[in-house]
Design a binder for this molecule. Structure first.
Ligand SMILES: C[S@@+](CC[C@H](N)C(=O)[O-])C[C@H]1O[C@@H](n2cnc3c(N)ncnc32)[C@H](O)[C@@H]1O
Length: 329
């Protein structure tokens, strides 16, 4: 176990991680009902210089490439990426946010909003979407899933957790969860998050679309790079913290991107280069003739470098599915 098996069993209410995680983030008083993601951690969509503008530029290019007329963002935070999109997207490109909270008042008027249950649950009216880019940036990593650990004889057991984060081993994993672990997790891995709820959530996203593109962007791994000890962790006020399911912190785990069933999985580095071109520093002379343009180009070049860095955000995954199916590029 991550933290030792402490105290008598009767001191705690033990639950599987998926149930504790769901309540901690999306329960009536859950973390995401009270907290804006940007208050606790930075993402490309809301916190790392001009990366939000660059991501918006890439998404507009993707929507135009596939002749789409709407971008729907699931897990829209406080609308930061949508606001960047509103600044860049042609006026006839519809913009919609989907989040567990109400529409923030400050959003540009052209952005509409739909409230969502949270976790793997999506609004029932998010359906039959046509000509739509349905994008979810850092959503799947906060879709709760079971955590499992092998015991001394190698049997996968659910990890149970108490409200204070203490863990103990539970029942042997069985059914679809065991099938998932058997298929997707190599023998040398001792602890893993069971990706099945993320697979289902991704399939649900795809099912909401009649035609267009589904795109889930997240950090993750595949069978060859599966971490040996799982990745579940917490974030609070900018710091990485021990994951405790009491609603005081974000709870997140990397996504097993190969099991999602996406039509194509690309690295962010590949996709950003494809959609907005390679990094290009502005010519120094521009700083003398047009300082604002120079600063803008410099910020864009920095954002591009940040978002495509091989050892950093460039390793994010873009899991894409086109409806009706076709080659993506
Ligand atoms: C890690 S944050 C990412 C926010 C934003 N996309 C970004 O990259 O900054 C995850 C967000 O997903 C939202 N979320 C979780 N489940 C959701 C669901 N089923 N529908 C809509 N939003 C959801 C949370 O409320 C939270 O704001």
């Amino acid at each position: 176990m991550r933290r030792g098996h402490t105290g008598p069993v009767t001191r705690h209410r033990w639950r599987r991680w998926d149930a504790a995680w769901q309540e901690a983030l999306y329960g009536a008083d859950g973390f995401y009902r009270r907290s804006a993601p940007g208050d606790h951690f930075a993402t490309s969509a809301q916190g790392l210089g001009s990366t939000g503008q660059l991501l918006a530029e890439a998404l507009v290019a993707l929507a135009e490439r596939h002749r789409l007329r709407r971008i729907v963002e699931v897990a829209a935070g406080r609308g930061e990426l949508l606001t960047a999109l509103a600044e860049q997207a042609p006026a006839d490109l519809e913009l919609v946010g989907v989040e567990v909270v109400n529409r923030p008042d400050s959003l540009p008027q052209r952005i509409s909003w739909s409230q969502s249950p949270g976790g793997a649950g999506l609004p029932p009216d998010l359906t039959n979407l046509n000509e739509t880019l349905l994008v979810a940036h850092e959503w799947l990593d906060v879709v709760p899933c079971p955590v499992a650990e092998r015991d001394r004889v190698g049997t996968w057991r659910y990890v149970l957790v108490a409200r204070d984060g203490t863990e103990r081993a539970g029942a042997p994993v069985d059914g679809g969860d065991l099938d998932w672990l058997t298929t997707w997790v190599p023998d040398h891995v001792g602890r893993a998050e069971v990706g099945r709820p993320r697979d289902t959530a991704y399939a649900d996203l795809v099912s909401r679309l009649n035609d267009g593109v589904v795109l889930a962007i997240d950090y993750g791994h595949n069978r060859d790079t599966r971490p040996t000890d799982g990745t579940l962790t917490g974030y609070r006020h900018g710091a990485q913290v021990t994951p405790v399911p009491d609603g005081s912190c974000d709870l997140t785990a990397h996504v097993a991107v190969d099991s999602l069933g996406a039509e194509n999985v690309f690295t962010q580095r590949e996709m950003i280069h494809d959609l907005v071109g390679p990094p290009k520093m502005p010519a120094h002379e521009v700083s003398a003739t047009d300082a604002p343009a120079y600063l803008h180009q410099l910020a864009r070049a920095n954002a591009l470098a940040t978002m495509t860095a091989s050892a950093g955000l460039g390793g994010f995954w873009w899991a894409m599915t086109h409806r009706p199916a076709s080659d993506l590029g």
